[in-house]
Write a protein that binds this ligand. Sequence first.
Ligand code: NI
Ligand code: MN
Length: 228
Amino acid sequence: MPQQLTFLGHSVWELKTPEARVLIDPFFTGNPQAAISAGEAQADFIVVTHGHGDHIGDCVEVAKRTGATVISNFEICEWLTRQGVAKTHAMNQGGAFTFPFGRLKLTVAHHSSGLPDGSYGGNPSGLLLTLTSGARIYHTGDTALFSDMTLYAEGGLDVVILPIGDNYTMGTDDALKALEWLRPRRALPTHYNTWPVIAADAERFAQTASETLGVEVTVLKPGQTYAW
Ligand code: NI
Ligand code: MN
């Protein structure tokens, strides 16, 4: 398999390509769904979508231990540097850069991004990835539904990762609308059932997406992998 995505619980994903291990939103400590501990996480790159604690999580510790390069927005990279993280790569919305694993563009996400200590965390991001294999992944990040996300589907999408938990992000109804617009080959739900306030029925969401849209949704349990 040229690439695989492993769900590590709540917002945490590990992308593995032949070139690199990419850890997205390394929130382990205090994450009721965490499939591994912060001390077990491995990464060549860490991508942080925004500053909230359930995303930046254990980033400082994991980056220091592994020596991974952290990719995030400018303000979060500045903050990480002040915490002693040696290698960061700052970007901003609409900008793309070619890394060893492929080309990553930070997309708009309609959300907020304050850091756990109250520092300004810039703007939240989604991730548009074109891997070296040609596979295209759109991870919406924490976001409300917004129609401009259809722009990110141009050229086709192999996988969409999107939140379904409601309250802080899209819920299942808006996530279904997103899939109607995006029409990926595969969708992977995230950011739900971690706490009662974001309870969602992922299996029902998957069934509805398949029956009404013809979009296949794979519901991964923490620790499970989708490879293609
Ligand atoms: Ni958030
Ligand atoms: Mn979140």
